[in-house]
Ligand binder design. Structure first.
Ligand SMILES: [Ca+2]
Length: 387
């Protein structure tokens, strides 16, 4: 009755089996009850962290939070949610060349089980650790249903997924039982965008002046020992000079995110508000580095990349890279005649015919792709990723 995903065919008590269609916002979960096996549809919500970090919360608003150290992105709430599996997702922020802003460097999922805690960490170049040891690709830890070493996606058995791209972009997906049963920088997922400023001490930081809001909100979600500067009360105000402001509004930087005649049209027609939020994050990052135009190009392309990931490839025209002048992400390079499949450290000898595909892929000098990094055989071996 189910396909391999447990998803396509559903049966009801009194109806013959039929196909179940599922939107991109839903997922199917096979369940068994008095009617026998059937499919339940669960509504999904996603929180995205990208850039120097901008958090698009489960309910939509955006936090620009640049403190350094480890933060609670999402955890199960206590009250009235105790029947749900307890978990925690933390993210580590570090400043790179500009001390005014920081970047997400790794994410770690903790699953609290009666037998002990499972910790899965995804870091730079998609290195994965389980309870502190490099993950070998076999022996799935308790509470985890899959770990994809080539994308950095970790699926749990209880409807929570984390994904870290091996650079600075991450997201968390939760299914409907967790809506209004989570807290952290990603918010409570209760469907209300107006209560996204409640901090850990239950104080509503929303009415504070803009420059103190993030200080009141973000700092409260610091996890464990404070090891570096958290965001100061007076957040650094990042403004561009007029000439740069005009430049960054152009199509080669942030402008495409607001242009409904450009390659993002199909997505913007459905998600105009999200486009506006990505646009303002894009301008913020561009202005933070306005003196270093190469860096601005890299950062703004990373934001466009995050937007494309959020939209899904069906809602974005492939011409977007030419239109915006954005090269491939990370170490990947554009080719008009690429392979149909991706060689990774774990699957180095995969073969997929000779048909050319226009795509971003790893160069010959470092052919094995891990997320958006490209590794040599020696590097794969040194990371314990070679089969
Ligand atoms: Ca909310």
């Amino acid at each position: 009755m189910f396909d391999s995903n447990g998803c396509q065919l559903g049966c009801d008590c009194y109806k013959p089996c039929s196909r179940v269609s599922v939107s991109s916002q839903e997922e199917c979960v096979a369940s068994f009850d008095e009617c026998g096996p059937r499919v339940r549809r669960l509504h999904k919500k996603v929180c995205i962290a990208h850039g120097d970090p901008h958090y698009h919360t489960f309910d939509g608003p955006v936090h620009d939070y640049q403190g350094t150290g480890t933060y609670i992105m999402c955890q199960r709430k206590m009250a009235s949610c105790l029947t749900l599996q307890d978990f925690l997702v933390v993210g580590f922020h570090q400043s790179l060349s500009n001390p005014a802003v920081s970047y997400l460097m790794w994410m770690e999922l903790h699953v609290f089980l009666p037998s002990g805690t499972t910790k899965v960490k995804v870091g730079q170049a998609l290195q994965v650790w389980v309870n502190g040891n490099p993950f070998s690709g076999t022996n799935m830890p308790a509470g985890i249903s899959s770990i994809d070493l080539s994308t950095g996606k970790v699926d749990t058995t209880f409807g929570v997924t984390i994904h870290f791209d091996g650079h600075h972009e991450g997201n968390i997906t939760i299914t409907s039982p967790y809506h209004n049963c989570v807290e952290g920088i990603c918010g409570d997922a209760d469907g209300n965008p107006n209560d996204e400023w409640i901090n850990k001490q239950k104080r509503n930081c929303r009415r504070l002046p803009a420059n103190r809001r993030e200080w009141c909100f973000g700092n409260s979600w610091h996890y464990g020992r404070v090891t570096g500067p958290v965001q100061t009360k007076d957040k650094v105000k990042l403004t561009c000079n007029r000439a740069n402001s005009r430049k960054f509004r152009g199509m080669k930087y942030c402008g495409a995110l607001g242009n409904t005649r450009g390659p993002f049209r199909p997505c913007l027609m459905q998600k105009r508000a999200a486009g506006r939020k990505f646009y303002s994050s894009c301008m913020y990052d561009a202005c933070a580095y306005q003196k270093n135009i190469k860096k601005v190009k890299k950062l703004t392309c990373a934001i466009l990349e995050a937007f494309v990931n959020m939209c899904g490839s069906k809602l974005v025209r492939p011409s977007w890279r030419n239109y915006t002048g954005c090269r491939c992400p990370g170490e990947l390079v554009w080719t008009n005649c690429g392979r149909k499949c991706t060689r990774t450290c774990r699957k180095p000898r995969i073969s997929c015919g000779f048909k050319c595909v226009k795509r971003c892929q790893c160069p010959r000098s470092a052919p094995y792709q891990q997320g958006t990094s490209c590794l040599t055989q020696a590097k794969c071996k040194s990371l314990n990723l070679w089969p």
